[in-house]
Write a protein that binds this ligand. Structure first.
Ligand SMILES: C[S@@+](CC[C@H](N)C(=O)[O-])C[C@H]1O[C@@H](n2cnc3c(N)ncnc32)[C@H](O)[C@@H]1O
Length: 281
């Protein structure tokens, strides 16, 4: 991998969190199916186009893109996580996708082929940069002058009951967490509209549209929801500092809170997203 300016992020996605996303891939794929649909609809891919999936992880959206652009098109997935990218490569080989390639690289410093992509896309892979303007400027260099950027990221945790309800249920049972810097690299770092707009505009993008979109989550049932919530998103960091007993109480409280909100079909909560699109200048 080329040198990364995001050492904390690289470490994070190559340790427990990366392995959790690998072991929970099928569940994460199910839970985020609605997000995939909304964001790829917005991407409006056409046969023969070339696309880049930033922070492609284990490959869910990479493969959707590969199928849509077909053999005359191509898709490149870029990610810093060895375990997640290994699974993406394995899945691509199994599906015999010949138009798909993966690069183990940091999107901030990767030497993209200039003016190659019709579309740069991401499902939750762009909020972890230490220097987001540098990263988006580099990403923009990969795009054709006519290229488009489409990604989804989270608004605030307050606006995502899927994450907020478990955190509020667990909090009374675990040691208090110091307040987090809301702009530090992390899943909610693009929550503030003015900040996100500023980053994209200073990176050279124009026609920036941020559409606030609430997407219902479609976990199959409470067990699937618990498997997701206890291993991905903000809850694992909160549970990390807890003793075994505190953790058990917190998990029980989370299960009850989710059971109250989620129907037998797994529906009932949503995530609050920015559906972002922009053009290159
Ligand atoms: C929340 S996960 C989303 C993964 C995938 N897009 C999905 O929706 O299943 C964030 C992903 O971004 C990747 N990532 C984080 N920082 C990155 C960077 N600087 N360059 C490339 N990928 C990065 C992580 O390794 C991880 O796979």
């Amino acid at each position: 991998m080329t040198p990364s300016p995001n050492l904390r992020g690289v470490d994070f996605w190559n340790s427990t969190m990366g392995h959790a996303w690998v072991s929970q891939q099928a569940i994460i794929s199910d839970v985020f199916a609605s997000v995939t649909r909304v964001s790829l609809d917005a991407a409006a891919l056409k046969t023969g186009e070339r696309a880049i999936d930033i922070g492609c992880g284990t490959g869910d959206t990479l493969f959707e893109i590969a199928k849509t652009v077909g053999p005359s098109g191509a898709v490149l997935g870029v990610d810093v996580s060895v375990p997640m990218l290994d699974l993406a490569r394995h899945r691509a080989a199994e599906a015999k996708l010949t138009n798909t390639s993966c690069a183990l690289a940091d999107a901030t410093s990767y030497a993209f082929e200039p003016r190659w992509a019709d579309l740069v896309y991401s499902r939750f892979g762009v909020m972890f940069f230490e220097d987001p303007i540098k990263a988006f400027t580099n990403i923009r260099s990969s795009m054709k002058p006519s290229g488009r950027l489409v990604f989804v990221c989270f608004r605030s945790m307050q606006e995502s009951p899927w994450f907020r309800v478990p955190i509020e249920a667990a909090r009374p049972h675990v040691p208090p967490q110091p307040p987090a810097d809301p702009t530090a690299p992390g899943m909610f770092s693009f929550a503030r509209e003015d900040r996100l707009r500023g980053i994209l505009s200073e990176s050279g993008f124009r026609d920036i549209v941020l559409q606030a979109t609430d997407v219902p989550i479609h976990g199959k049932d409470i067990d699937q929801s618990m498997a997701f919530i206890t291993q991905a998103g903000p809850l694992p960091a909160l549970l990390d500092k807890a003793s075994g007993e505190q953790r058990a109480r917190a998990i029980e409280a989370v299960r009850s809170a989710l059971a109250e909100k989620i129907g037998a079909d797994g529906n009932g909560l949503h995530v609050g997203l920015w559906l972002v699109s922009a053009a290159t200048s």
